[in-house]
Design a protein around this ligand. Structure first.
Ligand code: ADP
Ligand code: MG
Length: 505
């Protein structure tokens, strides 16, 4: 059986980075193929080659057995390759039909005017293919996210008309904005799509890929490192292939959690109150200790972390470091007192697109690369280089525009920026692993353990209870603005999530 799409030894370089390093895979008729890999594995680059946006440096693409070259995305569309993009690309102010035919209105335009009945009919035909009840005349802004994704899917189906061949539909991380019932709808759609097309489903979420795919390829550092039938997949093995290291048991590096009972107290929070948000919060953090704060939305823990870092003032109470009270007017104040902070909204407070990786790293503490009053560019590059190594940031070099890095690597640059403070003594981690994939998460855990071994005091607000429990020495559960309960969490005898949940709600 000839593959509908086959890729052989595809290579794509960007200056120093080899984004694709001899990737091979095939898609068979009416098959859903999953492409799974961590952030930076090369997934988006591969898809851009398959849709003519990038030209490969080496390798071949075969469509139904014939070698093809796509100089641009119209070439790929003519070959029946349609793509649902990671970022939604619809024009929200116009109708569903206009969006479906956008850029390909040819048939439905005469003397510069739309032939509306024809336009709507062609659009309706695409919507019918995916059995969607959305009307072609609806204005897109009236639709939910999930419905918009179906319109994207219908739009991708349109490639079939020009190509006269069964299409290959590519979905790049389509689930990131969906939840619950919307996810189920999308999965049902993909399942049905199998009757009339072949599908490539791309994601960094393993469970999802296994659910919708017939066969799965694992991409790692630009190579396909594994291939398996989804039905008989060994999840642990796939996980290991993706990350390239041992998984679950050692994921949190729990055996590197050192006891801190003898260590001096570094940070004391005394009767801290911010009226209306939290009240009378007191706790100590010893050098080398991770204190995790758990609590539901409204428990006051997010507000507490903002006050600890100087982003909001307290109403009463005090913060004491090494026995001396401190008062922060702003986060920058906190940084100069040896506080490091990983903000939760990294994309917003995060990277400065257009600046280099090195420049981004020095945004918070430019003095670390200064020599007297002058900037020392050599030192700056050296320090940036050290962070790149330490956090395993995948970038050609320090001078690369941060906007060219994959999402996970951009997040690591933001981590480096906040961590690049010379006298870090206290670290406030506000959802440090949010949005990171498994490999990058583990890098953060390793980093936290290293810092603790050096005597850093850490306050952690984690995304999941599992992460809170695994990383912390001590867990404080907050409810209604107060500390409800304190748990010891020594390595080897950690509390269970249910114990915490009982106190949270
Ligand atoms: P994924 O989609 O799997 O997260 P990408 O294909 O976006 O990964 O990126 C693969 C690698 O190639 C990353 O290291 C990324 O930083 C690099 N890369 C991607 N596009 C460019 C570009 N235009 N210039 C330089 N490097 C790039
Ligand atoms: Mg991507």
């Amino acid at each position: 059986m000839t593959a509908v799409l086959e890729v052989k030894d595809l290579t794509k370089r960007f200056r120093g980075v080899v984004a694709l390093d001899g990737v091979s895979f095939e898609v068979r008729p009416h098959e859903v193929v999953g492409l799974i890999g961590e952030n930076g594995a090369g997934k988006s680059t591969l898809l851009k080659v398959l849709t003519g946006i990038y030209q490969p440096d080496a390798g071949v693409v075969l469509r139904n057995g014939e070698p093809v070259t796509f100089r641009n995305s119209s070439d790929a569309a003519r070959a029946g390759i349609g793509m649902v993009h990671q970022e939604q690309s619809l024009v929200t102010s116009v109708s569903v039909a206009e969006n479906i035919l956008l850029g390909a209105e040819g048939d439905a335009v005469r003397f510069g005017f739309y032939n509306w009945p024809k336009l709507n009919a062609v659009a309706q035909r695409q919507l019918d293919k995916i059995a969607s009840a959305i009307s072609p005349t609806t204005i897109v802004e009236k639709l939910s996210f999930a419905e918009r994704q179906l319109v994207e899917l219908a739009k991708a189906m349109y490639v079939e008309e020009g190509a006269q061949v069964e299409p290959v539909i590519i979905l790049d991380e389509p689930t990131s904005v969906l939840e619950g019932a919307e996810l189920e709808t999308l999965f049902a759609q993909i399942d049905r799509l199998r009757q009339i097309a072949s599908v490539i489903f791309v994601s960094h979420r393993l469970e999802e890929v296994l659910r919708v795919s017939d066969r799965v390829y694992v991409l790692k550092d630009g190579r396909s490192v594994g291939e398996t039938d989804a039905a008989s997949a060994d999840i642990d093995l796939l996980h290991r292939l993706m990350v390239g290291r041992e998984s679950s048991a050692q994921f949190y590096h729990e055996d590197e959690q050192l006891p801190v009972d003898e260590a001096p107290v570094k940070l004391q929070v005394k009767n801290l109150t911010r009226a209306g948000q939290f009240e009378d919060v007191s706790f100590d953090v010893r050098a080398g200790e991770v204190v995790g704060i758990a609590g539901v939305i409204g428990s006051g823990r997010e507000e507490l972390s903002r006050v600890l870092f100087g982003a909001e003032p307290s109403t009463s109470g005090s913060i004491v470091v090494d026995g001396k009270p401190v008062k922060f007017a702003s986060p920058v104040d906190a940084v100069s007192s040896g506080f490091g902070y990983i903000p939760a909204e990294r994309r917003i407070e995060g990277i400065a697109d257009g600046l280099s990786v090195a420049e981004n790293i020095f945004l918070v503490a430019p003095q670390t690369a200064a020599w007297g009053p002058f900037r020392n560019p050599k030192k700056a590059l050296e320090i940036a280089g050290a962070w790149i190594k330490r956090l395993r940031i995948r970038t050609p070099d320090e001078r690369t525009n941060v906007g060219n890095l994959s999402g996970g690597n951009q997040q690591k640059v933001v981590l480096a920026k906040w961590l690049n403070s010379p006298e870090l003594e206290v670290l406030i981690l506000d959802h440090p692993t949010r949005g990171l994939d498994v490999g990058a998460k583990e890098d953060v855990y390793i980093f936290v353990r290293e810092q603790c071994a050096k005597g850093m005091a850490v306050v952690l607000l984690a995304d999941s209870l599992e992460e809170t429990i695994a990383l912390s020495h001590t867990i404080l559960v907050m409810r209604d603005g107060r500390i409800e309960r304190r748990f010891d969490a020594p390595a080897g005898s950690k509390p269970k999530p249910v114990d915490l949940v009982e106190r949270m709600v």
